[in-house]
Write a protein that binds this ligand. Structure first.
Ligand SMILES: Nc1ncnc2c1ncn2[C@@H]1O[C@H](COP(=O)(O)OP(=O)(O)OP(=O)(O)O)[C@@H](O)[C@H]1O
Ligand SMILES: [Mg+2]
Length: 369
C-alpha cells in the first residue's frame, strides 16, 4: 500500500514515440484493460471526434492457468485476448492499454522554482530519493502542475510536479502480451488517467473515484478534473470472498455466490451473516484507508468533497453506494463510463449492467478522441 498522486497521463517509456501517431489518426481504437481476473476490451470509433461504441467484450481468465511464471502468464493473457478480439469482431488492432495502479508509483513533488532545463535533473534526483528501485529499472514521466506559488512581488517560488514511474519489467510484460495478441500499442496509461477520462467531467468539482477490482482498489480525488491525491490498496472483491469463506466456513465458490447476493446493510438490526462479513471487510480495509485520504484532501485544499463515484467489479456489491454515502455523508453513485458515448439504444440495459467493469477500458479507448 502507498500514498500517491496520479499523473493525468503516463507515457511510461514505450509511449512517447507513439504519441505522434495518436494525433495523426482518426481511426477506431481499442481500450484494453488487462485486469488480474478479467480482460476488458472496448472499441470506439470517432465521428466528428464524438466517440461511438463499435464493439466490446469481457474475457474471464482461468485462475488455474495463471502461475508465477511470467512468460506462461503472458501466453495465457495473449491467447484469451486474441480469442476475445475474434469473438467480438474487433475491426482494428490499434490499442491503448493500462498499467495497474499497484505497478505504478506516482507522487507530487514540490521543488523550488528553477529554469526548465534544470527541472529534469531535479526531478530525477527526487525520484531516486522517493522510489525504492534503481532508476535504470524505471520508466519516468513527469509534468508541471499549473498551480505555482509566488511571492509578494509575483516571482515564482515553488513548482509542483507530478511524477509517475513504472517498472520497465511491468511495462515490458504488458507490451509482450499485446504484441503476442497481434495488437499495435499506441500508448500505456496509468489506470487512474483512464478513469478520469471515462468518469470525471470538466464541471465536476471535487470528486473521489474508487475503483474496486478483484485484487486491488485504487482511489483518487480530482479537483476540477485535476488529480490531486490518490491511494492504492491491495484488497479487492476477492478479499471479501476469502473473508466470507473463512468466517462462514464455506468453500470459495459458495463464498463468491454469496458475494453476488449480499452487500453491506444499512440497518444493522437485520443483518445477514454474509452482509456482516462484507461490511466488516469494507469498514476495516477500505473505509479505514479512505478516511485519511479524504481528510488530507479537504485540509490541504480547504474544500469539501462533492461526490464519490465507485467503479470496478466491486462497485456491484448490493447497497454499496448507499452505504458509502451514509458513512461519508457525500453523494455516492456508480460510475457510468458510457455517458458520453453513442451506442445502439437496445444495448442500454446490457451496457449499464457491465458499466463499472468497463470504465478503465472505455477511458483507455477515449484517449483516441
Ligand atoms: N455483483 C457483484 N457483487 C460483488 N462483486 C462482484 C459482482 N460482480 C463482479 N464482482 C467482482 O468484481 C471482480 C472483478 O472486477 P474487475 O473486472 O474490475 O477486476 P479486475 O480488473 O480483473 O481486477 P484488478 O483491477 O484487481 O486487477 C471479481 O472479483 C468479481 O467477483
Ligand atoms: Mg481492474
Amino acid at each position: 500500500m502507498r500514498w500517491n498522486i496520479p499523473a493525468t497521463r503516463s507515457n511510461c517509456g514505450t509511449c512517447s514515440k507513439l504519441k505522434k501517431n495518436m494525433h495523426a489518426r482518426k481511426k477506431n481504437i481499442l481500450g484494453v484493460d488487462l485486469g488480474s481476473r478479467r480482460i476488458k476490451v472496448v472499441e470506439l470509433g470517432f465521428e466528428n471526434n464524438k466517440p461511438k461504441l463499435v464493439t466490446y467484450g469481457i474475457a474471464e481468465l482461468d485462475k488455474s492457468s495463471l502461475s508465477t511464471d511470467v512468460k506462461k502468464n503472458q501466453t495465457v493473457y495473449a491467447s484469451s485476448l486474441n480469442q476475445l478480439l475474434i469473438a467480438i469482431h474487433a475491426t482494428t488492432n490499434l490499442c491503448v492499454s493500462s498499467l495497474p495502479t499497484l505497478s505504478t508509483f506516482t507522487a507530487m513533488i514540490e521543488l523550488p522554482a528553477m529554469p526548465k532545463k534544470e527541472l529534469d535533473s531535479a526531478v530525477r534526483w527526487e525520484a531516486k530519493r522517493l522510489i525504492p528501485l534503481p532508476l535504470d529499472k524505471l520508466s519516468l514521466d513527469w509534468h508541471v502542475l499549473p498551480t505555482v506559488e509566488a511571492n509578494a512581488t509575483g516571482e515564482k517560488t515553488m513548482t509542483k510536479v507530478i511524477l509517475t514511474a513504472a517498472s520497465k519489467e511491468d511495462i515490458d510484460n504488458s507490451v509482450q502480451i499485446l504484441r503476442q495478441a497481434n495488437l499495435k500499442l499506441m500508448g500505456l496509461d496509468a489506470e487512474l488517467s483512464a478513469l478520469r477520462r471515462a468518469l470525471v467531467t470538466a464541471t465536476s468539482e471535487a470528486v473521489l473515484i474508487i475503483d474496486i477490482g478483484a485484487n486491488s482498489t485504487c482511489a483518487a480525488i480530482f479537483l476540477k478534473s485535476i488529480p490531486i491525491i490518490s491511494h492504492s490498496i491491495d484488497i479487492g472483491a476477492e478479499t471479501i470472498d476469502v473473508n466470507i469463506a473463512n468466517s462462514l466456513n464455506v468453500n470459495m465458490d459458495r463464498a463468491a455466490q454469496f458475494k453476488h447476493n449480499f452487500g453491506p446493510t444499512l440497518d444493522s438490526q437485520f443483518e445477514h451473516p454474509v452482509s456482516k462479513v462484507i461490511k466488516f471487510t469494507i469498514d476495516n480495509l477500505l473505509i479505514k484507508e479512505l478516511r485519511p485520504l479524504i481528510n488530507s484532501f479537504q485540509e490541504n485544499n480547504k474544500t469539501t468533497l462533492d461526490k464519490i463515484i465507485i467503479t470496478g467489479g466491486g462497485a456491484n456489491f448490493k447497497n454499496l453506494p448507499q452505504y458509502l454515502q451514509k458513512v461519508f455523508s457525500v453523494t455516492t453513485t456508480i460510475g457510468d463510463p458510457w455517458a458520453n458515448i453513442s451506442y445502439p439504444y437496445d444495448l442500454t440495459s446490457k451496457l449499464q449492467k457491465i458499466g463499472p467493469e468497463m470504465s478503465v477500458a472505455v477511458g483507455l479507448a477515449l484517449r483516441g478522441a
